[in-house]
Design a protein around this ligand. Structure first.
Ligand code: OSB
Ligand code: MG
Length: 371
């Protein structure tokens, strides 16, 4: 295949509910949609789902725009390739910038699967006809407000709830949710907010009594040793998110015993190719995986759903329905969940159509490159 032109579209959508993590709060998101066109006129879409500020990862919307427009798209436009796994080789000299790479990689996969007449899930090696979705709930102003949010999503049928925690917002809200929802599949995510001070370790150990499915990323991304030490102390599995940006990171974490569960994020790993490779490596080590989200618009979330159809994704993924996030999504039909189950599209490519008029109406900036 040969991409003859490519464009980036920075699109702003308001969130239906303010989302607060240990590091920041947000009411709207700017993601960058990537549009690749090949010689036959077929179009593949991808999504760069970076946050605006460098608080989850060092990348921002602005760094992604710079790297994608200056390095990634120029490497791809005009180049010949037969398989999307080769596309990463076109920008092999670019270090890091996983979110920017992931968006272009997703677009190459969707273009390739569309042209080949297969669904993205099939192209990736997916086997499940549907995937189980969980919801990720932010830090709320009060415990009562959190309980109301949990109830709303449990009533909507989601079988798993993840709660954001931070020092000072951990044992108390988790105890309250657990006592109201004794059977709920529950887990927590600290986004690296904890240090190894005695008080903070006491709080993390205090979470061990609530039957959580996992404690996600309690310590900073590079602190694998602290995760390994905590895992030795806890019966709750430790899950890594921010720590794992490459397969090498995963290999190191496995050797250290720093995780029992892996959150696979397409964005953080730099694309669908590396996400599948992380899935395969985790399976070799009997590490269950699930697909984490970055509040993706419908393009990135459809890619996450396709990925979640691979056999190792045995835990619910953060692939909630569009209406959990946005009043209007950039794709039609929007993504829907029924009793927490999301069907995996079988149509060629992404299986959802991008609403180009809505993209244009919601666009902050755009740029186009031609061969
Ligand atoms: O750690 O998983 C995270 C959102 C922004 C930054 C980090 C994270 C999240 C989420 C969102 O939890 C999950 C979703 O997309 O539903
Ligand atoms: Mg996380």
């Amino acid at each position: 295949m040969r991409v003859t032109h490519a464009s980036l579209h920075q699109v702003r959508l308001p969130l239906v509910h303010r989302f607060r993590t240990s590091s920041h709060a947000k009411d709207h998101l700017d993601h960058i949609l990537v549009r690749l066109t090949d010689e036959s006129g077929a179009v593949g879409w991808g999504e760069i789902a970076s946050a605006s500020d460098p608080f989850y990862s060092p990348e921002t919307v602005d760094t992604c725009w710079l790297v994608a427009s200056r390095y990634l798209l120029p490497a791809v436009v005009g180049a010949r390739w037969d398989d999307p796994a080769e596309v990463a080789g076109l920008w092999a000299k670019v270090r890091g910038h996983q979110f920017a790479k992931a968006g272009v990689d997703i677009a190459a996969w969707t273009l390739w699967s569309l042209s080949g007449g297969v669904s993205l899930a099939t192209a990736l090696g997916g086997t499940r006809p549907s995937v189980v979705a969980g919801v990720s709930l932010g830090i709320e102003p009060t415990v009562d407000a959190l309980l109301a949010e949990v109830a709303k999503h449990v009533d909507a049928g989601y079988p798993r709830v993840k709660l954001k925690i931070a020092p000072g917002w951990d044992v108390e809200p988790v105890r309250a949710v657990r006592s109201s929802f004794p059977e709920l599949m529950l887990h927590v995510d600290a986004n690296g907010a904890y240090g190894e001070t005695p008080d903070e370790l006491v709080a993390l150990r205090g979470l061990d009594e609530f039957g959580l499915t996992m404690i996600e990323q309690p310590f900073g991304p590079r602190n694998l040793l602290a995760h390994a030490a905590l895992q030795r102390d806890l019966s709750t599995p430790v899950c890594l998110d921010e720590s794992i940006e490459t397969l090498d990171d995963l290999r190191t974490a496995v050797v250290l015993g720093a995780l029992k569960v892996l959150n696979i994020k397409v964005s953080r790993l730099g694309g669908l190719g590396p996400a599948v490779a992380a899935h395969d490596l985790a399976a070799e080590h009997d590490i269950p995986v699930w697909c984490g989200g970055m509040h993706e618009f419908g393009v990135g979330r459809a890619a996450n759903i396709a990925l979640s159809s691979l056999p190792g994704f045995t835990l619910p993924s953060d692939v909630s329905a569009s209406d959990k996030y946005y009043q209007r999504d950039v794709v039609y039909p929007p993504i829907t969940a029924s009793a927490g189950i999301v069907d995996v599209p079988t149509a060629p490519g992404l299986g959802h159509t991008v609403d180009e008029a809505f993209v244009q109406a919601s666009e902050v900036q755009t740029v186009e490159l031609k061969a």
